[in-house]
Design a protein around this ligand. Structure first.
Ligand SMILES: *[C@@H]1O[C@H](CO)[C@@H](O)[C@H](O)[C@H]1NC(C)=O
Ligand SMILES: [Cu+2]
Length: 246
């Protein structure tokens, strides 16, 4: 019997991926998959040079029709990204919801300013990071905090960025197989938003693909032994408005 149980656990782990399924604004849920380009399959992207790591939807085809909603948000709003194991799973009935708890790693959020948030072209955009969470001083991972918080990740939309349309790219990197490349599992979806009441600061930007390299310390990473005491989150440090005032 024991053998059977172990085999089932491993099987569950192998397919226990995750999807960003809902955006919340100041604590108000905006609707399941509303304004989010969700894939039909929850599997990861492992090739950091692939265009699929921009907004997913390539290797894991988008659910169609693509959303026509653009979610209105105010600069400075508290946003929450909500993740789930599959498009419809719930923590009450699925131990691997919002994600398999062994899929340890960082959680990030990026923005790219766009002329039209409904455009399907996502190559060539200029991204900046607005949130990141990795390994804390107690050795606890961002994914563990996300798991304990039922898939919810809170952050603030910077108050000084320009008003207008953006893609909001939420990302999790699971490191359980990252000791070789490719191995790290990148999960991401893009939400379509329209920022109002913004300022006039233009953050420094990076490109996807391009910002992450196979050789990055945070992409090729030994998760288990010796137990890591530090972790370098891939990409730049997050943009903050206050940094501009220093
Ligand atoms: C974005 O917000 C501005 C300001 O309210 C509005 O004029 C514009 O129509 C909105 N655009 C979209 C695509 O929702
Ligand atoms: Cu997985």
């Amino acid at each position: 019997m024991k053998v059977t149980i172990v085999a089932c656990t491993l099987l569950a782990t192998a397919s226990a991926h995750t999807i960003f399924t809902q955006l919340h604004i100041n604590g108000v849920a905006q609707g399941h998959t509303k304004g989010i380009r969700v894939p039909t399959y929850d599997g990861p992207i492992t090739d950091v040079t692939s265009n699929d790591m921009i907004c997913n939807g390539g290797l894991n085809p988008y659910r169609t029709p693509l959303p026509t909603d653009i979610i209105s948000v105010k600069a400075g709003d508290k946003l929450t990204v909500e993740w789930h194991h599959t498009l419809d799973s719930k923590p009450e009935t699925d131990n691997a919801d919002p994600i398999d708890p062994g899929h340890l790693g960082p959680v990030m959020v990026y923005l790219a300013k766009v002329d039209d948030a409904l455009s399907t072209k996502v190559t060539g955009l200029k991204w900046f990071k607005i949130y990141e969470d990795g390994l804390d001083a107690n050795g606890e991972w961002a994914v563990t905090r996300l798991y304990n918080n039922k898939g919810f990740v809170d952050f603030v939309l910077p108050s000084c960025i320009a008003s207008g349309q953006y893609l909001l790219r939420a990302e999790i990197i699971a490191l359980h197989a990252a000791s070789n490349y490719p191995g790290a599992q990148l999960y991401m979806e893009c939400a379509q938003i329209n920022v109002t009441g913004g300022g006039n600061v233009s953050p420094a930007t990076i490109s996807f693909p391009g910002a992450y390299k196979a050789s990055d310390a945070g992409i090729k990473f030994q998760l288990y032994w010796p137990k890591p005491t530090s972790y370098t989150i891939p990409g730049p440090r997050p943009f903050t408005c206050s940094a501009k005032l220093r």
